[in-house]
Design a protein around this ligand. Structure first.
Ligand SMILES: [Mg+2]
Length: 362
């Protein structure tokens, strides 16, 4: 019994420009950082969401891990998961659990002086990424500059833009922005779109048909991800792969969704952490599906490296920017793949509290 201490902080960072998608707009992003300490070592994990997740960590999760052996990651996960029964696993509590589990994994790797990717085991040394941004709030020039940066400067062969503007009421602009994106990236870069659940079922199919000459390869949340039958309907009627799963907070969510999509998106900072990510990837595999990591790219890299049926990882503009600002050790994804951190103990990054302090909100 060594004494495991969990703590959490929250930092709200303004975006570099107004950001929005089909169903939401925002001007700041909150990072909740979890630390777990034992034997003089500290592990870190993080999520993006309300600062209230930090209070869930300190009030609910910290007391149930204090007496555990810090190497017993499944014991910690199980204790924390059970503790959340009455708080509700999906939502803020799930964010807290996810960041805490990532921190517990990181602590174990650091205590044993191992890269986290080495502790979990790797299926690959480079993780394919796609550039993600193309917010509906961008003007033509902003979109062009961002996509050209990924496709032509960084050599990333896949890029994604947001569509479904104003809850699906601006389809003409959606199609014009998709066409502009194709002109920017040329014929050799894959074009992805994300409607964030903004369209109705038949509308989503009509949009895909109208964009047929743009060779879209990835159609994310064409309808609400709560409408499983709708996702299945769209998948069966369009050529791009239909993907969803970013709001999945537990294993059962993905088990239910798997029959209706072409690719499951898992977010390690929402789904229950690295422990649950690995189980969800197995559920996807059993359904014949690949998985894609959603956002928080540097929190995903070790588990993405460990997942045989991983397709790629979302290199989300907002989070890439924040992680580059607040952590040392982040690497670029030049050429379309991010290197898996294998030369340092733990997850490969160090939080810079000195640089983050001005953004602290909890
Ligand atoms: Mg999305």
């Amino acid at each position: 019994m060594t004494g495991v201490r969990l703590s959490a902080e929250a930092y709200q960072v303004p975006t570099d420009a107004p950001e929005g998608d089909g169903t939401l707009a925002w001007s700041a992003t909150t990072l909740v950082l979890v630390r777990v300490e034992a034997d003089g070592h500290t592990g870190i994990g993080w999520t993006y969401g309300p600062a209230a997740a930090a209070a869930v960590v300190t009030d609910l999760l910290a007391p149930v891990v204090v007496g555990l052996d810090p190497d017993d990651v499944p014991a910690a996960w199980t204790a924390m998961q059970r503790q959340l029964r009455n708080a509700g696993r999906p939502g803020v509590a799930g964010l807290a659990l996810s960041a805490a589990d990532c921190a517990v994994w990181d602590l174990k790797a650091r205590r044993h002086d191992l890269p986290l990717a080495r502790l979990i085991g790797t299926a690959r040394r480079q993780v394919p990424v796609y550039g993600s941004g193309g917010f509906t709030t961008y003007d033509d020039e902003q979109q062009h500059r961002q996509l050209a940066g990924w496709a032509h400067e960084q050599g990333i062969p896949r890029v994604k833009i947001k569509i479904g503007e104003s809850c699906g009421t601006e389809v003409a602009r959606d199609l014009a922005r998709m066409a502009a994106a194709r002109r920017t990236i040329g014929d050799d870069v894959e074009l992805y779109v994300d409607a964030n659940g903004a369209y109705q079922r038949k509308q989503a199919i009509r949009v895909a048909d109208a964009a047929a000459d743009l060779d879209v390869r990835w159609y994310e949340e064409p309808v609400s991800s709560d409408d499983l039958a709708g996702l299945g309907l769209v998948r069966d009627h369009v050529l791009p792969d239909v993907a969803a799963g970013e709001y999945g907070f537990d294993l059962v969510y993905f088990h239910r969704m798997a029959p209706y999509v072409d690719c499951l998106q898992i977010d390690v900072t929402r789904c229950g952490g690295i422990s649950e990510f690995l189980r969800i990837a197995a559920v996807a595999d059993a359904a014949g599906l690949q998985v894609s990591g959603h956002c928080a790219p540097h929190q995903h890299l070790p588990v993405a490296a460990a997942t045989p049926n991983l397709r790629h990882l979302e290199w989300f503009h907002d989070h890439v920017r924040i992680e580059s600002m607040l952590f040392d050790g982040v690497q670029p994804a030049t050429g379309g793949a991010a290197p898996v951190p294998l030369d340092r103990p733990g997850n490969g990054v160090e939080f810079r509290a000195d640089r983050a302090e001005r953004y602290r909100v909890a």
